[in-house]
Design a protein around this ligand. Structure first.
Ligand code: FAD
Length: 265
């Protein structure tokens, strides 16, 4: 497979830097071709602004989605964004790697999403009507490709358990897994999470690296998170509510959007 790893840590000698190297070596050992988008090293511009839309006349008010759609259709997005599109289309699998900062991804990675996920590329794809609300959540430009997160946290695994103070990790990562990866069509794999890493010793590193190697070895075969497809019949359109009768009364929050027993179907 072709694999794109988008890396968001400012320090190459960090734990994340070491884990990135582990991941790349493990993937290459499996015969995969790997490319890395190292956002800090490459000086990624993270904010969307007028400079992203060079075709926009100076007196025209900036409307980001409209400008994004026009620039995408005209092939006029900036070169850095177009390069990322080429990499995403080339890759059979996408890995987003980052330390958990304030319960989510670092701003530079969010800015990668904001700029690279152009209208017409990642959203605004397919028919939009009262009968079909776009090709998304299981369909879209990136359908048929796999994606997963590689995340490190300072907090303990217990802090992210069902009754932990931080909330369950699957809930915290839902906006990324479901809202960013599943939305444009990716088949989303369970995340790799290394908890309580701030004082990781050599033995701890070996354990984390071994777990990560195993996840890289099984990238092509790991069973995905069974999210429901928007256009698969489980949702009413256009209200986009889960159909009555699906999702048991005890399914907690985001788990409603998993098909099968996890949602109480
Ligand atoms: P580093 O600091 O680089 O390393 C961590 C430890 O790994 C060090 O002790 C290092 O010596 C050791 N190590 C062992 N082997 C190696 C090796 N081979 N190479 C490099 N280092 C090694 N945590 C949460 O749980 N929730 C949050 O919401 C959260 N928000 C944060 C917000 C900010 C702004 C910051 C700065 C931190 C936050 N944290 C949070 C903590 C953060 O998630 C962790 O600090 C981060 O995941 C650690 O990853 P790192 O790559 O930066 O580790």
């Amino acid at each position: 497979m072709n694999v794109l790893l988008v890396f968001a840590h400012p320090e190459p000698r960090s734990l994340n830097g070491a884990l990135r190297d582990v991941a790349v070596q493990a993937l290459e050992a499996e015969g995969h071709e790997v490319r890395v988008s190292d956002l800090y090293a490459g000086g990624w511009k993270s904010e969307v602004d007028r400079a992203d839309f060079t075709q926009l006349a100076p007196d025209v008010r900036l409307h980001v989605a409209a400008a994004s759609g026009e620039a995408f259709a005209a092939g006029a997005l900036t070169a850095d964004v177009r390069e990322e599109h080429d990499k995403l289309l080339w890759a059979d699998a996408l890995i987003l790697q980052f330390p958990l900062w304030w319960y989510t991804m670092p701003a530079i990675l969010k800015g990668w999403v904001d700029r690279v996920y152009a209208y017409g590329f990642a959203y605004g794809v397919g028919e939009h009507s009262d009968h079909h609300w776009g090709d998304r959540f299981g369909e879209g430009t990136l359908a048929g490709k796999r994606a997963m997160l590689v995340v490190t946290t300072g907090g303990w695994e217990e802090h992210y358990a069902a009754r932990g103070i931080n909330g369950p990790i699957d809930d915290l990562l839902f906006p990324i897994n479901h809202g960013i990866l599943y939305y444009p069509g990716y088949t989303v794999l369970p995340p790799f999470v290394a908890y309580r890493v701030d004082r990781l010793d050599a033995a701890g590193f070996t354990r984390v690296a071994d777990r990560l190697r195993e996840r890289m070895r099984t990238l092509a075969t790991t069973a995905p998170i069974p999210y429901r497809r928007q256009n698969g019949g489980d949702y009413l359109i256009p209200s986009l509510q889960l159909r009555p009768g699906l999702g048991g009364p005890t399914a907690p929050g985001f788990a409603l959007h998993l098909a099968g027993p996890a949602a109480g179907d």
